[in-house]
Structure formats: structure tokens, C-alpha cells
Design a protein around this ligand. Structure first.
Ligand code: AMP
Ligand code: ZN
Length: 130
């Protein structure tokens, strides 16, 4: 069983933020910010791309609700909602999860504006719209 399935089964302790029939949300054990929460389906599903549509909808619905609740509860100025797919993207647990990462305006973690990878926009555009 993967680590999140172990948590869902109750074999590994966690701080449960939300739970329903299909979805569990827990505090991240190694948070990037105060309030960093993980939202996952109870059914083992490897990642966002291979997940079925119903599972994606269930997890996104809860992510939407919790993001607002967490931001308000903690007085955050913003929030990053992220799901990593594959090792190359930094996925370390192969069980679909959305990160809710509240932001307070005083941290540099998770900047999307630092890397400058040269990209041929016309070539990439042609490929993804083919
Ligand atoms: P990712 O790297 O996108 O797969 O995210 C996995 C996340 O799971 C990381 O942020 C870890 O800190 C978190 N994590 C790993 N094990 C646990 C655990 N037992 N309880 C809570 N969070 C965990
Ligand atoms: Zn799993």
C-alpha cells in the first residue's frame, strides 16, 4: 500500500482536516507554509492525468471549499493550489493529491517567475493544438 493509502486505512496517523466518503484532506507533515494541506481521493489513483473524471471532480470540489476556509482561518494573502504529476514534476507520493499552500507575502517558496527556460512558443503551440 502507498503511504496515503496507509493513512486512509488508519495505519499511519495524520491530522485530518476534512473527510467524506470519497475524499480525505490532511495536514502536510513537512509544510511549505502554515496551513499546507493535502487533498486526496480515498481510492488509490496514481495522479491527476490517469485519474478518472469523477475522482478529479470530487477532489477539486473539496480543494475549492477547503482553500477558501484555510485562507480565511489563517489570514493568508493568497494560496497556491498545485498537483504534481510524475517524478520530473516533483511527485514523491504516487497517489493523486492537491496541495493547498497558503501564502503570506513574506516567503519566496514556489516562485513561478524565476526560471527562464528558452522556449520556441510557435513550435510548442503547434504541438499542443495539433
Ligand atoms: P508530492 O511531492 O507532490 O508527491 O507531495 C507529497 C507530499 O506528501 C509532501 O509534501 C510530503 O511532505 C507529504 N507527506 C509525505 N508523507 C506524509 C505523511 N505521512 N503525512 C502527511 N504528509 C506527508
Ligand atoms: Zn494510495
Amino acid at each position: 500500500m502507498c503511504v496515503f493509502c496507509e493513512i486512509i486505512a488508519g495505519n499511519i496517523p495524520s491530522r485530518k482536516v476534512y473527510e467524506d466518503e470519497h475524499v480525505l484532506a490532511i495536514m502536510d507533515i513537512n509544510p511549505l507554509s502554515a496551513g499546507h494541506t493535502l487533498v486526496m481521493p480515498k481510492k488509490h489513483t496514481e495522479d491527476f492525468i490517469t485519474a478518472d473524471t469523477e475522482t478529479v471532480h470530487q477532489v477539486i470540489d473539496v480543494t475549492h471549499t477547503l482553500a477558501e476556509r484555510i485562507v480565511k482561518a489563517l489570514g493568508a494573502q493568497g494560496v497556491n493550489i498545485v498537483t504534481n504529476v510524475g517524478e520530473a514534476a516533483g511527485q514523491s507520493v504516487s497517489h493523486l493529491h492537491f496541495h493547498i499552500i497558503p501564502r503570506y507575502g513574506n516567503d519566496a517558496a514556489l516562485s513561478f517567475h524565476e526560471a527562464e527556460t528558452p522556449v520556441d512558443l510557435d513550435d510548442v503551440f503547434a504541438k499542443i493544438t495539433a
